[in-house]
Design a protein around this ligand. Sequence first.
Ligand SMILES: NC(=O)c1ccc[n+]([C@@H]2O[C@H](COP(=O)([O-])OP(=O)(O)OC[C@H]3O[C@@H](n4cnc5c(N)ncnc54)[C@H](O)[C@@H]3O)[C@@H](O)[C@H]2O)c1
Ligand SMILES: [Zn+2]
Length: 377
Amino acid sequence: MGNFSVKTKVIFGEGLSSLTGQIQKAFLVTDPFIVKSGKAAYVTDCLAQAGRECMVFSDVSVDPDIDVVTAGVSRLIEFQPDTVICLGGGAAIDAAKAIVYFAIKTGQAGEPTFIAIPTTSGTGSEVSSFSVITDRQKAIKYPLVDESLVPDIALLDANLVVSAPPSVTADTGIDVLTHAIEAFVSKGRNDFTDAAAEKAIKLVKHNLLKCYKEPNDLEARQGMHNASCLAGIAFSNAGLGLNHGMAHALGAHFHIPHGRANGILLPYVMSFNAGCADSMTPTAKRYAQIARLLGLEGSSIRQSALNVIRTARTYMGKMKMPPTIQAAGVGKDEFEEALDAMAESALADRCTASNPRDCTADEIKMVFRKAFEGKLP
Ligand SMILES: NC(=O)c1ccc[n+]([C@@H]2O[C@H](COP(=O)([O-])OP(=O)(O)OC[C@H]3O[C@@H](n4cnc5c(N)ncnc54)[C@H](O)[C@@H]3O)[C@@H](O)[C@H]2O)c1
Ligand SMILES: [Zn+2]
């Protein structure tokens, strides 16, 4: 039995002022850069003009950890807001989701309305049931997955993304592509998730490189913002796959930004899922469908699948992203030392469970090694 739900009300453009009528006390979760750069005023000025109270919690770091969540829960309970707003990239949104989740679990926080305002076009966290929290001591990223984590309202305003530097545009944009591709081939996919994933893939094709080259192109930025949200809807319902399981392990060990880790692994995981090195799998046919969507159809399923794999690689090259784990700055010895632990945590990662091809720890190590050195078929 499958199902599909989109709980979040999605608002496009500058819509926060239309929501202040329902807010009395807002708890804003964001990161220090958003405050320092003046971006937090998007929320604080709007609330101040409407005479609403606001407490800012801006201790969120890249890859939020358990300590940040614990601190946020205490502040939230102390303040007793009726609304939680998060403004930032996936890190701020994920931290806010975990803070609200655990605060409600204590029974001391009521049920605040949850508004997510992304400033990157990447994670789709504004509509997903996922929150990724890092345990720094164990070097593990845990995807927390629960329907109650889905925000009530998502506000998609492309004006907030134009300031993203090229490297952030590249990393987060490849994350969107990975979400859509993994959802499209996932064990949990259905016609509804396919529709969202297909549209996201087309929007990435039309807008990602434009955003990279022309950061102020608002139409392209809104295209990628919508792609990110649609891919979030797709994977929140269909699940992700081995690519995310491995990226979480790689990111937790070597502090490679989430989208960059996904992009480096994508050609190798797709190649494994398609069976490029042995015999073609049913997933190769799904990749061939993506090739058709992108106008990249080849003379055979293998050729079509390879065309998609190489296109992902081309996007990364055009956006000056490192093509291998080695090129991302990881040394051979430290990589080999971490390999067993990374393979084990990728295998245990919740995302890996919906990968279309079952895998063993040894196969994951093989894919990691290929991505380290850059060996593509
Ligand atoms: N919940 C989910 O469904 C999900 C899915 C994928 C990834 N994630 C998690 O999300 C996090 C990654 O999120 P991300 O890729 O959005 O990156 P991020 O939130 O870590 O932001 C990256 C950097 O860009 C800065 N930034 C954000 N918006 C900006 C803007 N408009 N202009 C200039 N700089 C800006 C941030 O301050 C930060 O320094 C990781 O922790 C990852 O594990 C969650
Ligand atoms: Zn991701």
